[in-house]
Design a protein around this ligand. Structure first.
Ligand SMILES: *Cc1c(COP(=O)(O)O)cnc(C)c1O
Length: 370
């Protein structure tokens, strides 16, 4: 069957080809080059932080953030269970233990009360995730981190363009990370960024990203580092994307508002928005009523050319992380009911109307008030 509306597709309508050709023509195609430098500089400026380091994906960005903070064996890192698995895997790579916390029912973000409850003598950091583009409650998380002398890491993979009290996410903790995977708000194909306002941490990130190369001696390595470099080609794409980031974000917010309006008279629920924030709507996600068979609806929509995704499964329920039985009731209920709708920037109001019409026609299952 043909898919008319995929969940996502990147918008590559700007200077991407021109910049990539510049890389090819100049032979600067590897992990050094002017597009990397410019992408890092402009990205830092966009986020409003002092330093940005381009890396090859969002997962290694998290790994570097944790390593730069010295997190490792025997440490505990608090993380929401309702996130993409990479947030948790990166903690595991360092030898530290992920400690799962539940989510808030309205904003779907990490529950600060549960964070406080899970702090032990081994806790070193809180890794918060601005899930689906809605910022976490940063004021409370910053306060908790301060009270307990913990590092705060922000996983902003889904949150470029998201603001908390007027300030872009990524500047509230010690280090933040971003992803530029193909379905993220801006993309480099595969790619990521680490940002910080701390110059010591910045130097450690650069050092670890490039094989732990000593600063003043060639081919001498004074740490076991990694090759986590981004290529100049990816950075060329990223720079062209960044030039259009504001219009992409505006369009995504518009799409979310269209869905909200068109589904307004049904018993489908929306991601609620706190007052003091800008939600950048990486994905437009709805909550289905408990009685709706999500898998059946998914197949029905697919038969009509509309692709959807379930919400992330809470990581504590995956066998690789379920050694100890845990319950996180809010996250589990959200994950059971959540569905991502097509959310890419080319969608028009007519497209949204067609998608919504199809959802509403599902076996007369939704309550629709006329
Ligand atoms: C996409 C994503 C990542 C990982 O990014 P990759 O670039 O795919 O490695 C990490 N955390 C969250 C919350 C994400 O959505």
């Amino acid at each position: 069957m043909t898919i008319k509306y995929p969940v996502y597709q990147p918008n590559i309508s700007g200077n991407e080809k021109k910049y990539v050709n510049e890389c090819l023509n100049s032979t600067w195609i590897s992990g050094k080059g002017k597009f990397i430098d410019k992408f890092e500089k402009d990205f830092a400026q966009f986020i409003g932080c002092s330093h940005a380091v381009a890396v090859c994906n969002g997962t290694v960005a998290l790994h570097l953030a944790l390593e730069a903070l010295g997190i490792g064996d025997g440490d505990e890192v608090i993380v929401p269970t309702l996130t993409y698995v990479a947030s948790v895997n990166a903690i595991t790579y360092t030898g530290a233990k992920p400690i799962f916390v539940d989510s808030l029912a309205d904003t779907w973000q990490v529950d600060p009360v549960d964070v406080r409850k899970k702090i032990t003598g081994k806790t070193k950091a809180i890794l918060c995730v601005h899930l689906y583009g809605h910022p976490c409650e940063m004021q409370r998380l910053v306060e908790i981190a301060k009270d307990h002398d913990l590092f705060l890491i922000e996983d902003c993979a889904e949150a470029i363009g998201s603001k908390y009290e007027g300030k872009h996410v990524g500047g509230f903790g010690d280090i933040a990370t971003f992803s530029f995977y193909g379905n993220k708000t801006i993309t480099t194909g595969e790619g990521g960024m680490v940002t910080t306002n701390n110059s010591t941490l910045y130097e450690r990130i650069v050092h670890l990203k490039g094989q732990g190369l000593a600063k003043y001696r060639e081919y001498w390595h004074d740490a076991i580092g990694y090759n986590y470099r981004m290529t100049n080609i990816c950075a060329a794409i990223g720079l062209a994307q960044l030039e259009r980031v504001n219009s992409i974000i505006e369009k995504k917010i518009e799409i979310a508002n269209w869905y909200r309006k068109e589904l307004n008279n049904t018993n489908i629920q929306f991601h609620s928005q706190a007052e003091n924030i800008v939600h950048s709507y990486w994905m437009c996600t709805i909550l289905l009523p408990e009685n709706i068979d999500r898998q059946k609806l998914k197949i029905y929509l697919l038969e009509n050319g509309i692709e959807t995704r379930p919400m992330f499964y809470p990581v504590h329920t995956m066998p690789i992380y379920a050694q100890k039985y845990e319950e996180h009731k809010v996250a589990e209920a959200l994950a059971r009911r959540g569905m991502n709708l097509p959310s890419y920037p080319e969608l028009s109001l007519a497209d949204i109307k067609e998608i919504v019409k199809c959802i509403k026609s599902f076996e007369n299952q939704f309550i629709i008030e006329e």
